[in-house]
Write a protein that binds this ligand. Structure first.
Ligand code: ADP
Ligand code: ASP
Ligand code: MG
Length: 419
């Protein structure tokens, strides 16, 4: 049993879908679950539909959705010719659900509507990929992942119900996958009331890891537009080099600090069952890729850049010390706002926190703490993290034209907050 995950970049157009189909044909057999993301930038485009809907204009929302329909129509006419293939009807049924939602008056909560609309991207892409595979002679079964991936109702950040999902994997997925390829959606799930949820942006890697864990896969492969894991994002560091293998723990550290090549929640379900994660290139599928779950041999310094950071400084209004109970209150406020502290530092009468700049979450923290603290914020900052730095060359290189507002060094890890 294997699990393959294909992200948006791999299925961004008809040529991409043909390429993915040929990879499945070459490297997959039965006993394979294929998890697919929405095509290209579809999730962002669907977010625009939701924004237009809530800003009050059904016409604007319909126009934003027409862009999504047109993009997929272009892909489908290239893959299936014009009009008569059954895939067109299947897509019409998906579109009708969204149209219907857009005609509703705006009574429902934003996050709920977001999930009902944004989730459609994965349904569309998986229907197209499944149909194209069948067309190419690769028989497969399309699975609506909402039949098995059961979650709570925390819309946009739904939490998977492991025991319900496991029992549905056992009863629905296992009997089918033993002699078939299953094509299904990443990123989405379903509440006990049968409402669609999403697991958080970029969550398809995580979906694939849940399948791998619950089906006891030999390995999971995530097919990316890079040769594998490198010692820095090659879009940022032109000298980034490929890494053959890394341990699960190193991958956890990298993703914790913000390496986007793997979704942070992906590692644990695999590590728990010692299932290797292969990060391979869909552009060069012959390449063997990086094995996550191997050994760390002489790792080079690994650089991670996290942009759009905000530095929040809290000063006690009455100049009292930031003692244990005060720190506890600060942590509780961040945790209630679901805002992770990416860096922090405590002074006598102040506390500094570095977080992703998400205004609505920061506002929640501010409301909770403003009676006791003066609150100031500096935006547009970057965290540079370097794991396994042996000297300061990389740090100085990156810092040369920037100022550091905060720096922290441990033997294994450097972190700098840079303007
Ligand atoms: P997906 O198509 O599965 O959503 P992503 O775009 O999320 O894939 O992840 C692949 C991207 O991750 C690469 O294009 C690269 O820019 C970025 N990336 C960030 N850090 C690294 C790293 N250390 N090694 C390789 N790629 C990285
Ligand atoms: N399509 C979703 C997103 O863009 C999930 C994913 O790609 O992993 O966030
Ligand atoms: Mg992605």
């Amino acid at each position: 049993m294997k699990v393959f995950k294909f992200g948006g970049a791999s299925v961004k157009d008809a040529a991409g879908i043909r390429n993915v189909a040929s990879i499945i044909q070459q490297y997959g057999e039965k006993n394979l679950v294929v998890v697919v993301s929405a095509t290209g930038k579809t999730t962002n485009a669907l977010e625009d539909v939701v924004k237009a809907y809530f800003s009050g204009s059904t016409d604007d929302a319909m126009a934003a959705f027409a862009i999504v329909k047109n993009n997929h129509h272009t892909i489908c006419t290239e893959l299936f010719g014009s009009g008569t293939h059954p895939v067109f009807d299947k897509l019409q049924n998906i579109y009708a659900e969204v149209d219907w939602q857009l005609e509703e008056d705006r009574k429902e909560a934003y996050n709920y509507v977001y999930d009902q609309i944004v989730s459609q991207g994965e349904l569309i892409s998986s229907v197209i990929l499944s149909a194209y595979l069948n067309e190419s002679g690769v028989q497969n079964t399309w699975l609506d992942v909402r039949d098995v991936m059961k979650t709570d109702d925390t819309y946009r950040e739904a939490v998977v119900d492991w025991s319900k999902t496991q029992s549905l994997m056992d009863s629905i997925v296992k009997p089918v996958v033993k002699d078939s390829i299953i094509v299904t959606q990443g990123f989405i799930g379903c509440t006990p009331e049968n409402c669609t949820t999403t697991l958080g942006r970029e969550g398809s890697d995580y979906t694939a890891a849940i399948f791998a864990n619950m089906l006891d896969a030999e390995h999971q492969t995530i097919w990316k537009d890079v040769p594998g894991v490198m010692n820095g994002d090659p879009r940022v560091f032109s000298d980034a080099v490929f890494i053959d293998e890394i341990s699960f723990n190193e991958a956890v550290e990298m993703t914790f600090y913000g390496a986007t090549v793997i979704h942070p929640k992906t590692i644990k379900p695999l590590q728990n069952k010692n299932i290797p994660l292969l990060v391979r290139s869909f552009i060069n599928p012959e390449g063997k890729g990086t094995k996550v779950g191997g050994e760390d041999h002489n790792l080079p310094p690994i650089r991670i850049v996290k942009n759009s950071q905000a530095l929040i400084t809290l000063h006690t209004k009455d100049f009292s010390f930031v003692e244990d109970e005060v720190v506890a209150e600060i942590f509780t406020s961040f945790s209630n706002a679901n805002l992770k502290l990416n860096m922090m530092q405590q002074g006598a009468i102040s506390f500094e926190a570095v977080v992703d700049n998400i205004p609505e979450k920061i506002e929640k923290v501010k409301n909770a703490l403003q009676d006791k603290f003066d609150f100031s914020i500096v935006e547009n900052l970057t965290i540079l993290t370097i794991r396994h730095y042996s000297n300061f060359d990389y740090i100085n290189q990156f810092k040369s034209d920037r100022k550091a507002l905060l720096e922290q060094r441990r033997p294994s890890t450097y972190q700098g907050l840079l303007v």
